[in-house]
Design a protein around this ligand. Structure first.
Ligand code: NAP
Length: 241
């Protein structure tokens, strides 16, 4: 893939998987537009990569159009920003459920609609990668909103692929298991909690953010020209064990 001149919008680019993706894209010659919430993260990313930055909260759904339109045109899109909440099913409250669904599912839909309308108007054969999760297929205790939001994102990915494929636009998701982002390190640093999960992963370890970024870049790239509508496990084989 020749990334040179390709303009890629990456949401959630301040930390973790989104940041690793933005850094990898920039190092391979892409022009990155990094969207995230914390200004400090974006400032350090700009220093590191020379990327453009957009500081915004994607939870404010009604503001997404005003936020994203000035960043157009782009060639490729990575919907990576994500959030969670820890609540048991019976105690899940609606406002938290809607907040998680808003950031993880509704924001990627609204943002993608804006980008895709622009591509259709200009005849651009773009590609979108939605960052989903292994949790889309599992019943993870205390993760009702998160699991529902990622399962919905996978379903939306398939519909987008079916509807937009005839226009040459590809849409896929990546579905990582535990990834050692700052948040992942915090949640999974206790061996008593982590070891039983690692034992179920045939490759025996959690992921580095760069390993998810590599899968994202593959799905964005011309190398994946006939890959459309998949939810790609990036999980060391957990899904088949
Ligand atoms: P992370 O380290 O917490 O980074 C998330 C990034 O997204 C941060 O820069 C954050 O900004 C930004 N963000 C969050 N909410 C936002 C909002 N409302 N508007 C704009 N930006 C927002 O998370 P991560 O672990 O890299 O996760 C990235 C994606 O991978 C998520 O969709 C997550 O569900 C998925 N995933 C993660 C794992 C894992 O184990 N880490 C596994 C499977 C899937 P602030 O810090 O400023 O809020």
């Amino acid at each position: 893939m020749n990334w040179s001149g390709r303009r890629v919008l990456v949401t959630g680019a301040g930390k973790g998987i989104g940041r690793a993706t933005a850094v990898m894209l920039a190092s391979r010659g892409a022009r990155v537009v990094a969207l995230s919430r914390s200004a400090d993260d974006l400032a350090s990313l700009k220093t590191e990569t020379g990327c453009e930055t957009v500081c915004a909260d994607l939870g404010a759904i009604d503001q997404i159009e005003a936020i994203v339109k000035p960043a157009l045109p782009i060639d490729l899109l990575v919907n990576c920003a994500g959030t969670t909440t820890l609540q048991s099913f019976v105690d899940s409250d609606l406002s938290e459920f809607n907040r998680v669904l808003g950031v993880n599912t509704v924001a990627p839909m609204v943002l993608s609609q804006i980008v895709v309308k622009d591509w259709l108007a200009r005849g651009i054969k773009g590609a979108i990668v939605n960052v989903s999760s292994d949790a889309a297929r599992r019943g993870v205790v205390n993760h009702t909103a998160y699991c529902a939001s990622k399962a919905a994102l996978d379903a939306m990915t398939r519909v987008m692929a079916a509807e937009l494929g005839p226009s040459g636009i590809r849409v896929n998701s990546v579905n990582p298991t535990v990834t050692l982002t700052p948040m992942g390190e915090l949640a999974w640093s206790d061996p008593a909690k982590a070891d039983p999960v690692k034992a179920r992963i045939p490759l025996g370890r959690f992921l580095d953010p760069d390993e998810v970024a590599e899968a994202i870049l593959f799905l964005l790239s011309d190398g994946a020209a006939m890959v459309n509508g998949v939810s790609l496990p990036v999980d060391g084989g957990l899904s088949v064990s």
